[in-house]
Design a protein around this ligand. Sequence first.
Ligand SMILES: [Zn+2]
Length: 133
Amino acid sequence: MKVLMTEYLRIDLDDENWECRVCDHVVGPARGNYKEGLLVHHRDPADIHPPVIDRDKYRFTFCPDGDWVNILEFYCPNCGTQMEVEYALPGHAPLYDMEVDLDALKEQWSHREEMLEPSTGPDVSVDRHQHNH
Ligand SMILES: [Zn+2]
């Protein structure tokens, strides 16, 4: 059984791996950090947040200082889908943002049917024509 985790990641509970939801590429062990199996692009913060005032005249230009922030983009190595973007401290390892209790996940999903597409939940929209107070 496969469990959807994010828009682009899922876990295969049988072989205990992270997988890309776009191309089915096996990213890596689900008991570890999925980011270790992805490509990383270390972006120049000025590419994402260009200075809005003249760099030659002002020290602070609304562009993040590369000495204080790294922008890391993570991509599937097979299909190139961008899976995560992280603002990190220089020198700090990428965040371990999804440490999954795989045994608990297996127990939880042993009582459920596999979901191939995410649920959108119940329709709770208000019918304005029937609203009468
Ligand atoms: Zn992929």
